[in-house]
Design a protein around this ligand. Structure first.
Ligand code: ZN
Length: 317
């Protein structure tokens, strides 16, 4: 198979991880007027743009009034510009000057219309910075204390680790791997499922979290079997990696696969997945065009996996 085209599988910035231990890196970059800052509050980003919101890249001067307990991080650099994020404390929702609104990352991602040129360098840059900033902020918000002894921890490494002063232990942002798969049978049909929590008619690829001590290929087979009763093969090539997408809601990494079904009878679990159907290309094209079936968003890995099987873009929702 050719490489899968995923619009956001590469970032537009260099994380420059080697700089995180420079003395007072964040303080020095805050004093540099060429630095740009992404501001967050309550898990949402300060954005500009109405229909297609995108994170505002603010000069440090816009955040001179940031409270002392705001939490800063060094996101990286691109073309000589350094990028920081700042999480403003709960309570005060005042927008920094230059920002139009607070918006969640989900709203930003889903707001990107099909017309948006995801290949544009600045779109990729802002998206990559936004995903990293939200993922990092989410981790800090739930890891303020040491997981071993319970003491409050301090932010170190320019926002990329927390340090426990009691047992000298450092913890790092965690990412939870999840698999997402296009299951295809030998008649070249695709299996799509409908989750209990989705609007009527919405169908997408199956997905699920990797369990402790589990290989990705086994997760693919287990999740497909649990949710739909369909059996994915164990031969070489029956589960093939296709690409990934960061999905910080709150901390997932979606790992995309193509999987080959060797038994196709559908029996949904009726808990997570309440319906699952095999579609030929003609059936899916007709169902999507008529609105009978709603497909995942234009820039999602689910959409990319479905369209890779389909062979071209499917009609928009
Ligand atoms: Zn500790």
């Amino acid at each position: 198979m050719h490489p899968l085209e995923l619009p956001f599988s590469r970032a537009g910035h260099d994380r420059a991880a080697h700089r995180r231990t420079e003395p007072d890196l964040v303080g020095r970059l805050r004093a540099d007027p060429s630095t740009r800052v992404l501001a967050l509050h309550g898990g949402r980003l300060a954005v500009v743009g109405q229909e297609i919101p995108r994170a505002t890249l603010l000069p440090p001067a816009a955040l001179l009034d940031a409270p002392v307990d705001a939490s800063w991080a060094f996101l990286g650099e691109a073309d000589g510009t350094a990028y920081l994020s700042v999480v403003l404390p709960d309570g005060d929702e005042t927008l920094p000057p230059g920002a139009a609104a607070w918006a969640g990352l989900r709203q930003i991602v889903l707001g990107q219309s099909g017309a948006l040129a995801a290949a544009e360098p600045d779109v990729v840059l802002v998206h990559g910075l936004s995903v990293a900033a939200v993922a990092l902020a989410g981790w800090h918000s739930t890891h303020r204390r040491c997981g071993r002894c319970g003491e409050p921890t301090a932010v170190v490494q320019a926002g990329w680790a927390r340090h426990c002063p009691v047992d000298e232990r450092e913890t790092y942002p965690r990412t939870d791997p999840a698999v997402i798969m296009a299951v295809v049978d030998d008649a070249d049909r695709i299996l799509l499922g409908h989750a209990a929590t989705w609007p009527a008619g919405r169908f997408s690829t199956l997905a699920g979290f990797v369990e402790a001590g589990e290989a990705l290929e086994d997760t693919v087979r287990r999740e497909v079997a649990e949710e739909t009763g369909v059996v994915v093969g164990t031969s070489p090539g029956d589960v093939v990696y296709r690409g990934s997408q960061a999905w910080p809601f709150p901390a997932s990494l979606m790992l995309g696969f193509r999987a080959r079904a060797v038994a196709t009878a559908v029996q949904t679990d009726d808990e997570e997945v309440t319906d699952a159907r095999w579609f030929t290309r003609d059936e899916l094209a007709a169902a999507a065009a008529s609105g009978e079936v709603g497909l995942p968003g234009r820039h999602s890995i689910a959409r990319a996996l479905i369209e890779e099987w389909f062979g071209r873009e499917l009609p928009a929702r």
